[in-house]
Design a protein around this ligand. Structure first.
Ligand code: FAD
Length: 403
């Protein structure tokens, strides 16, 4: 069994698999180690990806379940607005199929993937890193043992033990996501629900997936179980009540970037590094963008003999922050505002949307993955700015001087 590689990647989620594919395409020996028995197994994700990202990274067309063009927005009291975009802007994928097809693409490029194999430890050794593995989530994974690589990528999602061991930072903030998929033939278009009781500082959703099915979920700053019960009672009319029992899955979502994402011959990538939209908690797109950056920086460094130096790998840290910093910071600011709004403030914002027309702002400034333009447009909109400044003085600096 081969034991020495150019790069080892811990974690076969979208970020790790995309980095594996790109590095293998550059001709490097890549090994991906995944602790689950199968790639894509029991992933807790709604699977919404921007159309632009989907096309840019040539992602699996077979995993695509639906396109999204219209979205229903529901206020705490049940006022509903349907937003119609001029064309489909995102799609919903089956994450199991999506991840498996990404694994196939990485393998087709030459990467090796071992499942059922958990990375337990890493140590600097000579000019590289030694990686110790053990059994994954089930006994008897493939090729458990010790491996060596010139560089290691930690793409382990919200499992941060290895990042800590490697002396890297971990995301400071956390939200919690909760979701269940049920038979729900009446959910026709995605719906987003706002309200402090159903999702403190977050939002809830109902998203049609496979024919006749929908995912119901939410992200919140606190009490995900209580929020989920409230969401079901308040908006779903009890019609799915029994389906929720015991079936809702809960998962942490990283909120904000890790302070340090590169060290000596090791980097963190994707949600492990906090490369997640701070507005919605979506992490697939930023993970893919950063995987491109990681593959480009590491690919260049591996062209030279000898150890991958810490100072050279810092280029990865610099480059991804440059690409995402503004989005992440403005997203955190918007989330702070959002979490301070009362239900009455949210109802007022819905009225503004109905009367003053926030819809054209969304059509002009909205981008599924890059939210800073829309956040600034919202903050500068006169009536909305009045509501936001009513919720906290911190927002006043963003009021438009013309308002
Ligand atoms: C309820 C919910 C809904 C969501 N909906 C969306 C959405 O619609 N769109 C979107 O973009 N994002 C969504 N997200 C977020 C998205 O799922 C994640 O941001 C994304 O999966 C992160 O990708 P990743 O590759 O960085 O990590 P992951 O997908 O988490 O992959 C990490 C992999 O590493 C493996 N691993 C961990 N530790 C080890 C180890 N020591 N050794 C070996 N393997 C290891 C794990 O088993 C896992 O397979 C949602 C999240 C939640 C909770």
């Amino acid at each position: 069994m081969k034991q020495s590689y150019d790069i080892i990647i811990a974690g076969a989620g979208p970020s790790g698999l995309h980095a594996a594919r790109r590095l293998a395409e550059k001709g490097y020996d890549v090994l991906v180690l995944e602790k689950k028995a199968e790639v894509g197994e029991s992933v807790n994700c709604t699977g919404i990806i921007g159309r632009e990202t989907f096309e840019r990274f040539s992602l699996s067309p077979e995993s695509r379940q639906r396109d999204i063009q219209d979205v229903r927005l529901v206020s705490p009291s049940g006022v509903s607005i349907v937003y119609k975009h001029p064309k489909p802007f995102a799609c919903i994928v089956d994450r199991r199929r999506f991840d498996r097809d990404m694994a196939k693409a990485a393998e087709a490029a030459g990467a090796e993937i071992r499942t059922g194999c958990s990375v337990k430890d890493l140590r600097q050794e000579g000019e590289g890193v030694s990686v110790e593995t053990g059994a994954g989530e089930e006994e008897g994974g493939e090729g458990i043992g010790t491996y060596r690589a010139r560089a290691v990528v930690l793409a382990t999602g919200v499992q941060w033990e290895l990042s800590r061991k490697a002396g890297l930072g971990v995301p400071r903030g956390r939200l919690v996501g909760a979701q269940v998929e049920l038979e729900a033939p009446d959910v026709d278009i995605p719906a987003i629900y706002a309200g402090t009781e159903i999702a403190a500082g977050g939002f809830a959703w109902a998203v049609p997936t496979a024919p006749g099915k929908a995912k119901f979920g939410l992200i919140t700053e606190s009490d995900p179980r209580g929020c989920f019960h409230m969401f079901a009672d308040k908006h779903l009319g009890g019609s799915y009540g029994s389906g929720f029992n015991g079936n809702v899955q809960y998962k942490i979502i990283a909120q904000g970037p890790a302070i340090r994402t590169s060290g000596r011959a090791v980097i963190s990538l994707g949600e492990a590094a906090g490369q997640v939209k701070t507005t919605t908690g979506g992490g697939i797109s930023y993970g893919l963008h950063c995987a491109e950056i990681a593959a480009s920086v590491i690919g260049e460094l591996l062209r030279h003999e000898g150890a991958v130096k810490e100072r050279d790998l810092q280029e990865y840290d610099r480059a991804w922050r440059k690409a995402l910093q503004k989005e992440i910071q403005l997203g955190l600011f918007a989330r702070k505002i959002w979490s301070r709004l009362s239900d009455a403030h949210i109802e007022s914002a819905f009225r503004v949307a109905q009367e003053d027309g926030l819809i054209p702002l969304v059509q002009n400034h909205g981008d599924f993955d890059w939210h800073s333009g829309l956040i600034m447009a919202f903050l500068r909109q006169a009536s909305l700015s009045k509501i936001l400044s009513g919720a906290g003085k911190a927002f006043l600096p963003f009021r438009d001087s013309r308002s």
